[in-house]
Design a binder for this molecule. Structure first.
Ligand code: NAG
Ligand code: NAG
Ligand code: NAG
Ligand code: NAG
Length: 344
């Protein structure tokens, strides 16, 4: 408002004088109304301003336009932001005003411009429809996120194979042949969205939130499923120490043909990490399998899978996601595993 007064006093000394005179005269008009009144007088005297008002008061039609962008940041941690962007169309262009705002109207809120313009009685026939463009941004995902169909998590099974050897102190050098459970019917199976189990192994335990309790000694857990790579790059599978032994396979051998000799990473009785980096391609499912076994007491099963952008895809705190699944919804790009006990 001050800016306007400044311009008015420079450009229109006689009108400013008139206003001051009216204020002095104790007129009841509010300062806002006085301002509008001056503006109206200027507008009436200026054909250029009248033209502007015709354009300003013109009825509006809205044209909706969708701009499609391709996301350049295709990665797990951008998934949330990307969804939000798709959900909310944005108005990115203001009404099209081809005429420059006359000096007398500059800095005024549009409600006041509108009020002032409507005071100069422009005939409706002079008002030609103005176009307003509303732009919605739709982002094309570079990497698709698969749908889910109750397939989240990994399948797991509990076994008590007689072949698990004694290993009381877990001093290292421990071994056990995991293929012993391929054709062994497990005593229990279920699914889990997380992996991680730590216990002193002195009494029965619940596993992955099961209601059932299990003997915590001389048992094996077989976990299998698929990882879906949203983004191409190196994924890190990390086992930061284990008690007693853990095996990890990925790719076709994880589905069928897994043995001690083709294991991608194994670790036994160790406080040090076993890490393997695997290069996965965006949009593909890859079979993954973890087998863990414990002999007497103290059991530690801790592992994680981290995506190339640092997002943790699976660890002890993971919840269901489309990235770790039992099978794909189409049933073919990640085919269901055979029943436990009937594996090859
Ligand atoms: C890990 O798994 C892949 C895919 O099955 C296989 O090609 C590769 O040879 C394995 N690596 C090791 C070190 O066994
Ligand atoms: C695996 O990748 C991570 C992250 O890029 C890196 O820090 C680590 O050294 C790699 N480990 C191996 C065994 O290559
Ligand atoms: C899981 O969450 C708990 C509680 O927030 C935290 O103490 C623990 O470190 C987390 N574990 C992992 C593997 O991130
Ligand atoms: C899990 O156990 C149930 C009950 O014994 C059985 O019907 C089912 O086939 C098993 N699932 C798998 C994948 O082996």
């Amino acid at each position: 408002m001050q800016l306007l007064w400044y311009f008015l006093s420079l450009a229109l000394p006689t009108i400013t004088y008139a206003i001051n005179a009216r204020n002095i005269g104790g007129d009841l008009l509010s300062p806002e109304c006085l301002v509008i009144e001056i503006v109206v007088e200027v507008l009436l005297a200026s054909p250029e301003a009248t033209e502007f008002c015709e354009s300003f008061l013109a009825p509006t039609t809205t044209i909706s336009k969708t701009v499609t962008e391709t996301s350049s940041s295709c990665a797990y941690k951008y998934a949330a932001a990307r969804t939000q962007k798709n959900a909310a169309p944005q108005i990115t262009s203001e009404p099209d005003r081809s005429l420059a705002t006359p000096a007398v109207l500059q800095g005024l809120p549009s409600s006041e411009i509108s009020q002032a313009c409507s005071c100069i009685d422009i005939p409706a026939s002079d008002l030609t429809t103005r176009t307003h463009t509303q732009t919605a941004t739709s982002t094309t995902k570079l990497c698709p996120i698969p749908t889910t169909c109750g397939n989240e998590g990994m399948q797991w099974a509990y076994y008590q194979p007689p072949s698990i050897p004694y290993n009381y102190n877990c001093n290292g050098g421990y071994s056990w042949d995991p293929t012993a459970i391929k054709d062994m019917t497990p005593s229990y199976n279920s699914t889990t969205t997380y992996i991680g189990l730590i216990d002193d192994g002195t009494s029965d335990i619940s596993i992955y939130g099961s209601n059932q309790q299990f003997n915590s000694q001389f048992f094996a857990l077989n976990h299998r499923g698929y990882i879906y790579a949203e983004v191409s790059g190196d994924y890190t599978f990390n086992t930061p120490g284990v008690d007693d032994i853990n095996f990890f396979w990925w790719g076709p051998d994880a589905y069928s043909g897994w043995t001690e000799s083709n294991v991608n990473a194994s670790i036994a009785c160790s406080g040090t990490s076993a890490t393997v980096n695997v290069t996965l391609l965006s949009g593909q499912y890859y079979p993954i399998r973890f087998i863990f076994a414990n002999a007497e007491e103290n059991l530690v099963e801790v592992m994680s899978i981290t995506a190339p952008d640092g997002t943790v895809i699976l660890d002890a705190n993971s919840t269901g996601s489309p990235y770790i699944v039992q099978y794909s919804c189409d049933g073919t790009s990640a085919k269901p595993y055979p029943l436990f006990g009937q594996e090859t």
